[in-house]
Design a protein around this ligand. Sequence first.
Ligand code: TXA
Ligand code: MG
Length: 362
Amino acid sequence: MPARILTLAPHAPDPAAIREAAAVLSGGGLVAFPTETVYGLGADALNPSAVERIYAAKGRPVDNPIIVHIAEAEALGRFVTDIPPVAQVLIAHCWPGPLTLVLPAAAVVPSVTRGGLPTVAVRMPAHPVALALIRAAGCPVAAPSANRSGRPSPTTAQHVLADLGGSVELVLDGGPTPVGVESTVLDLTSDPPVLLRPGGVSLEQLVAIVGQVTVPAPGAAAPSTTAPELQAALARSPGTRYRHYAPRAKVVLVEVPPEEAGAAPSAAALSAAVHRLWDQGLRVGAMVTAEAAFQVPLGAVVRVMGPRGDPAAVAASLFALLRELDDAGLDAIVVEGIPEQGLGRAVMDRLRRAAGQGGEVV
Ligand code: TXA
Ligand code: MG
């Protein structure tokens, strides 16, 4: 059955619409809703058969655990067995907001919600629609990003409908999500905490709050290159093992060499990437910063992600542009890399994963 769509004012959600959505959750159904990061596919986190429906709808591997969303920081104590001082400091600074904390799970959290792990990931989102929904439902809400597994995360209700329109009862349309990349996932069961996924709260912010954060090197899941504690932490975050964020088109990420970190890829590098794909007979699009918009060879479909010095703007447009160029029927998308500062780290993480699936990083 096609999903029912309710359009809401993001800052003043209609209570009747929220009540209707909450009733779907209480009945074991699925509701897609906006958060400040991306749209989530929600179910009652304490109802195992409802959570099973999330995995089925997304085509998600069952060992990839789901984030539990709460509407008050005080609720955390019901779902974890320990709240260390570092968690309290992070919560005081970052909640509500795009920071997910991994802590030892209380028995009340069903195994299916945790992907069978002894830990649970919890966050308090900052979006008024998400908060109103969780409060009205009266239960914690398990919600992964509301995309088919492997596809770019949805930042509009239309993206949700394109991927999951046939398998979700209700979509709350609160307009485009402001942050555009998912929450930062931080494992607090290790000391110092381990950054499992860069996201809406930057590494710089986390370091300013807690002093030290372990950042796994790219490819750190390879046993020979990684300290045993870090390997264990990565093994505990199954999501890091899967390819993600990939449109159907091949993604070619143009980066600068590490010794030039922070510099922009040259016009020649962008142009060479486009010409190489044209030589293969492919239809090519390009996602670039405003500064590089006129450096892409004429004939490629160009979209501007935002100013080079504004990674938050790039993050906000990233997934929508990947989907838009994909829907335009292009075979390949050349993307300009941006500096890994602030939200730039999350942007580059998503782009590397998108390029990893049939695409390449040049
Ligand atoms: O911004 C977000 O976090 C969005 C919105 C809807 O809140 N949600 C989201 O969920 O991105 P999802 O399922 O697409 O990504 C959750 C990530 C996955 O990489 C998963 O493996 C990891 O969090 N995760 C969940 N529970 C975990 C746990 N107990 N230990 C380690 N990693 C966990
Ligand atoms: Mg996801």
